[in-house]
Ligand binder design. Structure first.
Ligand code: F6P
Length: 360
């Protein structure tokens, strides 16, 4: 392996820089390989100055840094973009230009750090002759075939800290505090932060809820002298028979943006004469320094991805299984998204300790 590219796509996640650092160091130390960073996801292949040479100096000091030094782009379809033509905004397809840009670089391997959308594009690029290796990134933890994606642990810790902080103010004012958390269609952040942060109600996309059930839980606590309650709600949660709350409609480039369910839940609770407030944690969950766990996992993923590339294991993704780093076909990673199952032991445990999912 003589020439390797690396890019970061989709929404950023804490640990991206740790993967980049480990990959660059491993490629240079172990394989004396030339490394190129591709800026702003696949866009770097078609932008002036979008491909930059990387060396030990370019990754110095980035281990604890959030975000990605390469930049990223979060478009549902990375091959399309909006441009102004004759004064009008039009959508154009740049797939062939991206492919031409990739081929020109004559790379022996391209590491793609991304979530489901970016990894699906990588899998497609492989079928067009690009030697891709995937690395599972996302705070949502919704990639199939790996126990955990890097970025999730940091988001979980931030969400748990938010619940801890809301706990004390909820108790002081006898209020119901609702916190809306990210995760798109997967409830892993809310489920795990809800357990770790002592939520009384957890609402996730995989278990549709009923308002009566949520209110019954709050009233039950009141009857027992607990005059406040904490509710962790996933941005993708929905009422039984209802739809997700969308804050911005999707189009041919962007997927729909989720948001608003926290406010809906708080408003309903307020109308029942129970004072409620809502906090939308948003991108705070994605920013800042990664936890020690994420730094370690990201470093292991980065080094393993380079070893896999050197062995020619293309169209595959590094993954964590039973605590060990392994690799799986990209096809498996993107075929079915990972979701919370009602039979998962975390769900059962939450129910055992009295947490309501608003469904009973
Ligand atoms: O996939 C990560 C994620 O943070 C989701 O949890 C969230 O729905 C989405 O990205 C937000 O995307 P954006 O940064 O484009 O607003």
């Amino acid at each position: 392996m003589k020439r390797m590219g690396i890019l970061t796509g989709g929404g950023d996640a804490p640990g991206l820089n740790a993967v980049i650092r480990a990959a660059v160091k491993t490629a240079i130390n172990e394989y004396d390989c030339e490394v190129f960073g591709i800026k702003e996801s696949y866009d770097g292949f078609i932008e002036e100055g979008g491909v930059i040479p990387m060396d030990m100096e370019s990754v110095r000091g980035i281990l604890p840094r959030g975000g990605t030094i390469l930049g990223t782009a979060n478009r549902g379809n990375p091959y399309t973009r909006k441009v102004i033509r004759d004064g009008k905004e039009v959508t154009i397809d740049v797939k062939q230009d991206i492919l031409d840009g990739i081929k020109k670089l004559n790379m022996d391997a391209l590491l793609v750090l991304g979530g489901d959308g970016t990894l699906a594009s990588a899998h497609e690029l492989y079928s067009l002759g690009v030697p891709v290796i995937g690395v599972p990134k996302t705070i949502d933890n919704d990639i199939n075939g790996t126990e955990i994606t890097f970025g999730f642990d940091t988001a979980l810790n931030i969400a748990t800290e938010a619940l801890d902080r809301l706990h004390t103010t909820a108790e002081s004012h006898n209020r119901v505090m609702v916190v809306e958390l990210m995760g798109r269609d997967a409830g892993f952040i809310s489920l795990n932060a809800g357990i770790s942060g002592g939520a009384d109600v957890i609402l996730i996309p995989e278990i549709p809820f009923k308002f009566e059930s949520v209110i019954a839980k709050i009233q039950d606590r009141k009857a027992k002298g607990r005059l406040f309650s904490l509710i962790a709600v996933s941005e993708g949660a929905k009422q039984l028979g209802g739809a997700q709350s969308i804050s911005r409609k999707g189009d041919e480039i962007y997927v729909p943006r989720l948001g608003g369910i926290g406010q809906t839940v708080a408003d309903y609770i307020d109308k029942q004469g129970l004072e409620s407030r809502v906090t939308v944690l948003g991108h705070v969950q994605r920013g800042g320094t990664p936890t020690a766990f994420d730094r370690g996992l990201a470093t292991r993923y980065g080094a393993a991805a380079v070893r896999l590339a050197a062995q020619g294991g293309f169209d595959r993704m590094v993954a964590l299984r039973s605590g060990k780093i392994t690799d799986i076909p990209l096809e498996e990673a993107i075929s079915t998204p990972k979701r919370v199952k009602p039979t998962d032991d975390a769900v059962i445990t939450a129910r055992n300790i009295g947490i309501s999912f608003g469904d009973e």
